[in-house]
Write a protein that binds this ligand. Structure first.
Ligand code: HEC
Length: 199
């Protein structure tokens, strides 16, 4: 056997031994520590482009979607009899669900800091703040404003669960909670000086 062949033979032996050791390690209780994962790159800075005002969101998303949820269930007694209004077909449930989704996500839009209250500032009605004062009040108590938007979102999520369960009674109750959530924010930020808040 030449020196070279002998070395090669020894190398093979060492390799086999190393492989056996690592197999033993795998089978045992303490596998070799995995190398630390590479540090995650910092997340890209998120930039949102806020275009709609709070007033726009109320008119375009929050008010119409809430109206649709409230209108979806009703028990109306009249001279013509009693109307038990509720979604019945899959399409009707789907339509009302779309409104719940809109309302829930609009609450997030409402929570974004830096959103203007209104693009113009018409003379406020009695008891109402003007837009500039509302904006200052919201900025000064942003966490409170966000909490009130969260309450609306939670009420919207109750409506969504009711819809997914096709439960008109639960949807009616969620409608009440939605109404309270609207009002709680309006009396705090919109018409805090009004004795009897408009419904
Ligand atoms: C987190 C606070 C908040 C919640 C919750 C909220 N609103 Fe508002 N809403 C406001 C503020 C602030 C204004 C005043 C903005 C303005 O009109 O200048 C307003 C104004 C409005 C207006 C008048 C819009 C206009 O054209 O002047 C309507 C209608 C309205 N809200 C409906 C609703 C309904 C319906 C809900 C519940 C489903 C709701 N809002 C929930 C804060 C809120």
């Amino acid at each position: 056997m030449t020196l070279r062949q002998s070395l090669t033979h020894t190398d093979v032996g060492a390799t086999v031994a190393a492989a056996l050791t690592s197999l033993a390690g795998l089978a045992g209780c303490s596998p070799p520590a995995a190398p630390p994962p590479p540090a995650a790159p910092p997340p890209p800075a998120l930039t949102f482009h806020l275009t709609a005002t709070i007033q726009d969101l109320m008119d375009a998303q929050i008010d119409p979607s809430a109206d649709a949820l409230w209108d979806a269930v009703a028990f109306i007694a009249s001279t013509r009899g009693v109307e038990d209004r509720k979604p019945r077909t899959d399409e009707e449930w789907k339509a009302v669900r779309t409104n719940a989704v809109t309302l829930i996500e609009a609450a997030n839009l409402l929570s974004m800091p830096g959103r203007l209250v209104a693009s113009n500032d018409p003379t406020p009605k009695e008891g109402e703040l003007n837009a500039a004062d509302m904006g200052r009040r919201i900025a000064a108590t942003q966490a409170g404003f966000v909490q009130l938007a969260r309450n609306l979102q939670a009420a919207g999520l109750r409506a969504l669960s009711a819809i997914d369960a096709k439960n008109p009674d639960a949807l009616m109750e969620a409608g009440g909670a939605i109404d309270e959530a609207c009002e709680a924010c309006h009396v705090t930020y919109w018409y805090p000086n009004q004795r009897r808040p408009a419904s």
